[in-house]
Design a protein around this ligand. Sequence first.
Ligand code: BTN
Length: 266
Amino acid sequence: MCNNNFIQKTKDFFNNNDIDFGKPYYIFDTVDSTNRKAKDIAEQGGTDKSLIVSQIQQSGRGRLNRGWESPPGGLYFSVILRPTICVKKTTLLPLVASVCVAKTLRMYGLSACIKWPNDIRINRKKIAGILLESNIYQNKLEYIILGIGVNLNTTKHQFSEKIRKNVTSVLSEHSKPIDYYQFLRTLLDFLDTYYRLFINDKYPRIISDWKELSDTLEQKVKIVTSKEDIIGKAVDIDEHGFIIIDTIQGEKKTIMSGDCFHFTEL
Ligand code: BTN
């Protein structure tokens, strides 16, 4: 599964495909984290839609300060985004990215669902993750790093025992390896389309697509935030991508970010 010609093959892929979302590209056999590398490149002036991809990551980063195990066979990349929008609007980007990843997986016949805000799962097992990191200076958005990791052609034994039972991969679900570059192409095409929708303020479309792909709405959930745990029914998401909960105390609460658990799985 470890591909020794990764850099050359990936260069060939980008050179032979007319891809706008993902230019210029930076390819590595190994990095600590493509998000961290992307940040370095962004600090040196890296432009909108630059893509950083690596065959493996030594210390992949996940949401909420967690790690992201990144063995060979997975897809790990980050994109520098410099949309000229106000900071408030960036909260929809996790939804944009999750719609694209879920739609790509569905193109492969897999029943991928989004758990709020942007966990991509199949049968409750995580198959892909999205990490957005923003650099805001004096209330002005400098850049955003969008990092995506997909368990593509990986097998369970490549993951630590701690997470093994909670993860799956395209290979495990599909029972045969899939073409890394075809998958990447499909995902970049979706990102291109939805990033344009986002830039052009087509928020209702993004939100309705997200709702269609999510399995969180209508569920009883527990949302763990830095301040409190909120329990109730997830009834909607608002125009910012925040989740609206009818709490068991009878209140309506809008939550910006947190760790979401479906009660049926607790
Ligand atoms: C999550 O916790 O669900 C988000 C995981 C995001 C992982 C990707 S892999 C590529 C990019 N580089 C990182 O270090 N993290 C993201």
